[in-house]
Structure formats: C-alpha cells, structure tokens
Ligand binder design. Structure first.
Ligand SMILES: O=C(CO)[C@H](O)[C@H](O)COP(=O)(O)O
Length: 207
C-alpha cells in the first residue's frame, strides 16, 4: 500500500516546506483543493520541480470541463488529477482522455456519492486509474462519523481504491486490511508537531 500526504495548507511556501519534510516517507504528494484554489496550478509546478521522483497529485475535484481542467493540471506537472464521482460520465471520459494524452492518470473522488460501490465500478470501467473512498473534512466533523463504512465500501467494490477520511496511526492498518492501494493522510501529518516523524510512523505501520 502506498502512502499519500494531503497538503491542506494555503501557500506554496508552506507546501514546499511540508513536502521537503515528508517526501522521504511518502509515495504521493497531494496538493489539496484549498491550496490549488489559493495559489493556482503554479503550486503544482513548484512541487513537481522540487520532487520530480514523487507522484504529484492535484486535488482539483473537477465537476465540469473534465478534459480542459485535467489537461491544464497535467501540463503544470501533475501525475494524478481528481474528478468528482458526482460529475457526469462525459466529464470523467473527457478527463481520462486528457490523462491518456499525457500518459498520466485520473482518480475519481467519491466524496458525497451515496452509492460509492456502484459508482466506483462505473468510473473504473470509464478509465479511472483508481477511485478515492473519501469522507471529507466536513463529513468527518459530523456526529457519529466512523471510518468503518468507508472501509466496507472499499472492500466491497473490488476495484482499486485509495481511502481518505482522517486516516491516522490508529486506523492505517485497517485501511491496509481493507485492501486499499493508497492510504491518504492529511491532518495526521500536517497537523502533527513533527510532520516528518508522523509520516515516518505512518509509513512504518504499513507492512
Ligand atoms: O481532500 C480532502 C478534503 O476534501 C483532504 O485532503 C482529505 O480528506 C485528506 O485529509 P484528512 O486526512 O485530514 O482527512
């Protein structure tokens, strides 16, 4: 299982600092949606230039104009770009076309999708590299939130998936047991006093 750091920071400077701290311990470096909204795709270019050996993930959460938005993110240096699972099939097909043109990949983020298992299978058939079983920051803050539902949906879908939803040291083993190809950790890394140590501990928990 690969480890992905989600950098939900707000400046390119902060992202470059965080990436330098954690890069030795992670496989995929994600630029979070707020970072890209604040700084634009220049942040993607800066991270890829600093870490050409890492998979750079641009969390665009595209909902329309799939081919155009994915194309500009790949041109800026992204290796993986997200499209929302709630988007229409034509948006996903367009984004996959851009990925094919660049030799890169599309990840379909299933945040907000009611039937994640069915949609995961549909978008995988459309050419997504993998889906993201995702409970966003707002959903995580809702009373009664539990990772268990997401883990179960990932296990049931039987397609390649990443899992994001407040993954931390106490849950990462269950993410691996559910069969995820990627565990995504944001707050557990960037919110730690020592992000490098937090990323190293998460990496060490993966067997
Ligand atoms: O995409 C996101 C929010 O929409 C986050 O980056 C993702 O949820 C991972 O962060 P965390 O581990 O803090 O939940």
């Amino acid at each position: 299982m690969k480890l992905q750091v989600a950098m939900d920071v707000l400046t390119t400077e902060a992202a470059l600092k965080l990436a330098a701290q954690v890069a030795p311990h992670v496989d995929i470096i994600e630029l979070g949606t707020p970072l890209i909204k604040a700084e634009g795709l220049r942040a993607v270019t800066a991270i890829k230039a600093a870490h050409p050996d890492k998979i750079v993930f641009a969390d665009l959460k595209t909902m329309d104009a799939g081919e155009l938005e994915a194309d500009i993110a790949f041109a800026a240096g992204a290796d993986l770009v997200t499209v929302l699972g709630t988007a229409g099939d034509s948006t996903i097909i367009g984004a996959v076309a851009a990925a094919t043109k660049h030799g890169k990949g599309i990840v379909v983020d299933l945040i907000g999708v009611a039937d994640k298992v069915t949609r995961a299978r549909e978008v995988t058939a459309l050419g997504a590299q993998f889906v993201e079983m995702h409970a966003g920051l707002d959903e995580q803050a809702e009373p009664g939130f539990s990772l268990a539902t997401l883990l179960n949906q990932g296990e049931t879908a039987k397609v390649p998936f990443s899992l994001a939803g407040g993954v931390n040291l106490s849950t990462i083993s269950s993410v691996q047991r559910a069969g995820a190809t990627v565990a995504v950790a944001g707050g557990a890394i960037y919110g730690a006093e020592d992000p490098a140590a937090a990323a190293a501990a998460l990496r060490a928990a993966i067997i």
